[in-house]
Ligand binder design. Structure first.
Ligand code: FAD
Ligand code: NAI
Length: 462
């Protein structure tokens, strides 16, 4: 039995970042992880592998669509799927090994195995019981199941199976037009699969700014993705070489079905707390199975904390990381804090979609007077040079004070551009502050400045 100041359960972005910060703050720290590799969902079957496949398939698209336009004449590229999967695995391994290195560097112990909490202050792994003054649960999430659908991770898959299919399928139905469905749907569409997305609501990516939702769906349709909207999926039947997805259209209750070689179920994720023994020690959960915490990430059981996908809030790696750092600082007696008003969200399709802060719909609902500064990438020389003139930057600012309330971007490098607005929002900046900041030319970021100018006397290039 060993004794620690902190034992973290789960080595995803929440858990591993938390452990490193704890160690940096002088706390004796261990992490229990049951997978064979560190990094959690994000590095093993989430953010990182999906971005590798998005990059590979986008490169194919560039070669097919844009190379010839620039006088680059190459033979039609041919997809070697097994090699693409090797590349993806190499990217995963490089990153997960990197965390092993960081653990060694920071003297964080990795206790291999699945943890349970027999009582506050104790963590059991196999037959060993370790003592910890503080236990931090960072056990993450898993795909949520839909009734009537048996996942086999071969042809009826969640994102995990979709990242490791045996071959590129001829056809795919994606259930759910959320982040996973659209990112992975885009990957397979670019690789040649006929992709149809079936969505329960009448809009894609629920919660996103309405204007972005419409533009994004239009662009995806132009790229060849098919959409069936307002359709409640009833079930999936496995047939010979194909699966049949049946759905009911919500507008008139009519039933229909589509056949596809592979069905990807991407209808959300739920917290994963199986096997921790939370009911034994009496840790309270919400109705949605999230671990209940106060503003210091403490559960109702003294000395037990929780962070990341296992608690409330957006299921995002950077949100989990920030909570990991905050709880470490709180345990070390510092003032750890996460500003939930400024957590960016990014969809890594081409073009990328990024947002932070309020949407127009939210501001209308709150009755808060606001102004809109919008700038099209058509007016951005750099975007046009790389065939990415579609899309826009939209900044929402308080009508009277000019303070930035939100920003929504669809266009090149949106996922990077959003961060200057995040920093500005953290500093309580006005749109004019961004507008008066010199931006290098020619960069995509000039579009952000132009949108900020459009909140005032007007953009220059529109
Ligand atoms: P996790 O990463 O889920 O890690 C939890 C870890 O705890 C796991 O490794 C698990 O094995 C371990 N564990 C659980 N119970 C125990 C136990 N009892 N004992 C020992 N170990 C245990 N987010 C983004 O921000 N950007 C993206 O681009 C992005 N892309 C994604 C793509 C896909 C396909 C998916 C599925 C998710 C994606 N996400 C993305 C979401 C992101 O992966 C999660 O928000 C993030 O991983 C949550 O981190 P976490 O540390 O809370 O949990
Ligand atoms: P999601 O919540 O983003 O989208 C699920 C979609 O499925 C919604 O549009 C919903 O209306 C639809 N849906 C639900 N039930 C349905 C039904 N019966 N029939 C048809 N449609 C139905 O969930 P998703 O895409 O599974 O992602 C899970 C989590 O992973 C998200 O919370 C996201 O934050 C995270 N993630 C983040 C990424 C990123 O940051 N780039 C990438 C991938 C995942």
């Amino acid at each position: 039995m060993s004794s620690y100041d902190v034992i973290v359960i789960g080595a995803g972005p929440g858990g591993y970042v938390c452990a490193i910060r704890c160690a940096q703050l002088g706390l004796k720290t261990a992490v229990v992880e049951g997978r064979d590799a560190l990094g959690g969902t994000c590095l093993n079957v989430g953010c990182i592998p999906s971005k590798a496949l998005l990059h590979a398939s986008h490169s194919l698209h560039e070669a097919e669509e844009n190379f010839a336009k620039m006088g680059l004449n190459v033979a039609k590229p041919d997809v070697e799927w097994a090699k693409m999967l090797d590349y993806k695995q190499g990217v995963i391994d490089g990153n997960t090994k990197g965390i092993e290195f960081l653990f060694k560097k920071n003297k964080v112990d990795w206790i291999k195995g699945w943890a349970s909490i027999p009582e506050a202050g104790k963590v059991k792994v196999g037959d060993d019981v370790h003592e910890a003054k503080n236990i931090i649960i960072a056990s993450g999430s898993e795909p949520s199941a839909l009734p009537g659908i048996d996942i086999d991770e071969e042809t009826i898959v969640t994102s995990t199976g979709a990242l490791a299919l045996n071959k590129v399928p001829e056809s795919m139905v994606v259930i759910g037009a959320g982040v996973i469905g659209l990112e992975l749907g885009s990957v397979y569409k670019r690789l040649g699969t006929d992709v149809t997305v079936v969505e329960f609501l009448d809009v894609i990516t629920p919660g996103m700014d309405g204007e972005v939702q419409k533009t994004f769906q239009k662009m995806l349709k132009k790229q060849g993705l098919n959409f069936v909207m307002g359709a409640a999926v009833q079930g999936v039947t496995k047939g010979d070489g194909k699966n049949t997805v049946t759905y009911k259209l919500r507008k008139d209750d009519s039933e229909a079905s589509i056949d596809a070689e592979v069905v990807l179920v991407a209808t959300g994720r739920r917290p994963y707390t199986t096997g921790l023994g939370l009911d034994t020690i009496g840790v309270e959960l919400t109705e949605r199975g999230q671990i209940k915490t106060d503003s210091h990430y403490a559960t109702n059981v003294k000395g037990v904390y929780a962070i990341g996908d296992a608690i409330a809030g957006p299921m995002l790696a950077h949100k989990a990381e920030d909570e990991g750092m905050a709880v470490a600082e709180i345990i070390a007696g510092q003032a750890g804090h996460v500003n939930y008003e400024v957590i960016p969200g990014v969809i890594y399709t081409a073009p990328e979609v990024a947002s932070v802060g309020k949407t127009e719909e939210q501001l209308k609902e709150e009755g808060r007077p606001y102004k809109v500064g919008k700038f099209s990438f058509m007016g951005n020389g750099r975007a046009k040079a790389v065939f990415m003139g579609d899309g826009f930057v939209k900044i929402l600012a308080d009508k009277e004070t000019d303070r930035i309330l939100g920003c929504h971007i669809i266009g090149p490098a949106a996922g990077d551009l959003i961060h200057e607005v995040c920093v500005a929002m953290e500093f309580g900046a006005a749109a004019e502050d961004l507008a008066r900041t010199c931006h290098a030319h020619p960069t995509f970021s000039e579009a952000v400045r132009e949108a900020a100018l459009a909140c005032g006397d007007g953009a220059i290039h529109s």
